[in-house]
Every structure is written in C-alpha cells, then in structure tokens.
Design a protein around this ligand. Structure first.
Ligand code: BEZ
Ligand code: FE
Length: 300
C-alpha cells in the first residue's frame, strides 16, 4: 500500500476517478481536484481554516432561498461569473454585444408590454427612454426578438428586495418590430449595494470593499437561431462605474441618458443602444439565461 503525502494523494484521487464515463464531467472534476489540492498546498491550509471554509460554504447555502441566490453572489464577487462570461463571448462564432452578469435578481414571468411601455409601476423620478435596434452581427435587423429587462428603482432596490418578491415591478418584456427596433420607458435606476447582510457580504466587508454596483439596466435578449444575450447597460457617470464589486462593466456597455432628437419619445432623455446577436452554432440552443428563483426550488 502506498503512503500518501500532500502530493501523491492528488494522483491517487485522480486515478480513482479515472473511470468516469462522461468525458466533460471527468475533465471538470479532474481539474477541480488538481486546482483545489494545489490551492490547499499553496496556502498551507490548517484544519481550523478548512473547517472555517466549510462553515462559510454551509452558511452560503443556508442563505439561499427562492428569492436569494447567495452562491451566485459568491461567484460574482470572486470574479468567477465574469470569467465565465468572457469565455462564453470568446466561444461565439461571431462577435455580438458583450455579455454581462445575469446576477441573482432575474425572474421569469415579467409582463409583456407594448413598445414604449413604462416598466416602473409608480415612477417618482423623471422618465427616460431606452431605444435602439437588435441586429445580427452583420447589422441585419432581427424582427420579433424578445427583450427582457429588469432593474432597481430610483431608490436602488429590486422588486424582490422591496416587497419580498410579492410584486413584479421594474421589469418588462418587449418585442422588436419588423426593423428590429425596440423602445421602452423607465426611470434611471440607482446604483446599489449587493446584499451585504449574509456570509458573502461579511467576506466583502473583511476585504474592505465598498460592495456597490453602478447604476445599470439588465437585458436578456433572445431570437430564433441566435445566441441568447445576457447583458446590462451601465450609466457612465455613476461613481462606481470603475470599481464594480462584481466586475460586470465593460466599456462597450457604458451608456449615457441625454437629449436626443432621434429618440422615439421626444422630450425625454434617451439612451440609445443597439444590440448585436451572434448566430447560434448548429445544435447550440443559444440559451444561457436561467431563473435563479428556480434553483433553490429545484434543490427542495
Ligand atoms: C445584479 O446586477 O443584479 C447583481 C449582480 C451581482 C451581484 C448582485 C447583484
Ligand atoms: Fe443588477
């Protein structure tokens, strides 16, 4: 029998997993074991620290509810979600609009509204209009694309936070017209703090980070034959646009609300943004968005 040390145990664990049938599961589990073992060796993890780590992950799981996904939040503040998005964009057959974080506040079932509809039930801040086109990579308009949008209120809270998820607000679903055009009304969302009252917030505090996200509007856009796009538009004058706690901002997604004679609703400040969808690869569904409120239910 072989005596195991901190190095040989890695090889023995990999050998024991070698019969995994699913090649992708094998690749992922093997790499996870190699990297986790290397991490433990690098930081010379003590048993007490190992236990603290287990306690932390247990608390992250316990903080998850149908309307709160603490594991997504953890992935986001560690930059893991941003790496996954960057890889996803790189794998596209052609260039589309850059992805950004889905975040933990997407919900399915938002109301479908007519073009120009207001997504905020009781706006108490000046209305703005968001407008543009959805096209393919070559600039050809995509008709009947589905655009789902969600955001915080002018006070910086999502409906899921303000009213325990009982009401749908600050969300809407729109379809592009024959020329690929869309527009809707909203109010400028306020930048906000990620949820800081759980284990992930405690970690962010310990790291002396501000925990803020800059003002943004989430968009999930889908159309037949195209890769689904999960992205967000970020207001460039927000004080936290350069230091997003979850690394979601790219220069190409930064927008400005301004007077715009070309706006479909004259008199309102407007954000103009055109979305480009990459074609889906053969056999690729293109679907990447998922409703995090379903994850905790699925685990029940
Ligand atoms: C969001 O944009 O909704 C979000 C993303 C990551 C963490 C918290 C919130
Ligand atoms: Fe958000």
């Amino acid at each position: 029998m072989q005596d195991l040390d901190e190095f040989t145990v890695t090889d023995v664990a990999l050998a024991q997993m070698a019969g995994t049938d699913d090649p992708r599961l094998k690749e992922i589990a093997d790499a996870a074991v190699r990297h986790l073992h290397a991490f433990v060796r690098e930081v010379n993890l003590t048993p007490a620290e190992w236990l603290q780590g287990i306690q932390f992950l247990t608390a992250v799981g316990q903080a998850c509810t149908p309307i709160r996904q603490e594991f997504i939040l953890l992935s986001d503040i560690l930059g893991v979600s941003a790496v996954v998005n960057a890889l996803h964009d790189k794998k596209a057959r052609e260039l589309g609009t850059q992805s950004s974080l889905l975040g933990p506040f997407f919900r399915e079932g938002a109301p479908e509204l007519p073009a120009g509809g207001q997504i905020v039930e009781n706006p108490t801040a000046p209305e703005i209009v968001i407008y543009g086109r959805v096209t393919d990579n070559g600039g050809t308009p995509i008709a009947d694309a589905l655009i789902q949008v969600w955001q915080t209120s002018e006070h910086g809270l999502y409906d899921l936070q303000e009213r325990n998820g009982e009401a749908m607000d600050m969300r809407g679903v729109f379809r592009t017209d024959a020329e690929g055009r869309y527009h809707f009304r909203t109010v400028r969302p306020l930048g906000y703090s990620i949820p800081m009252d759980g284990p992930v917030g405690a970690l962010v505090h310990a790291q002396k980070r501000h925990g803020m996200r800059p003002s943004h509007i989430h968009c999930l856009i889908s159309a037949d034959g195209h890769r689904e796009l999960v992205t967000a538009l970020y207001f460039g004058d927000d004080p936290h646009v350069e230091s997003d706690t979850v690394f979601g901002v790219s220069q190409s997604l930064v927008v400005e609300a301004k007077d715009d004679p070309a706006s479909p609703i004259p008199g309102l400040r407007a954000v103009h943004f055109d979305f480009r969808l990459a074609k889906a690869a053969p056999g690729e569904s293109g679907r990447v968005g998922a409703d995090p409120t379903k994850l905790a239910q699925a685990a029940d």
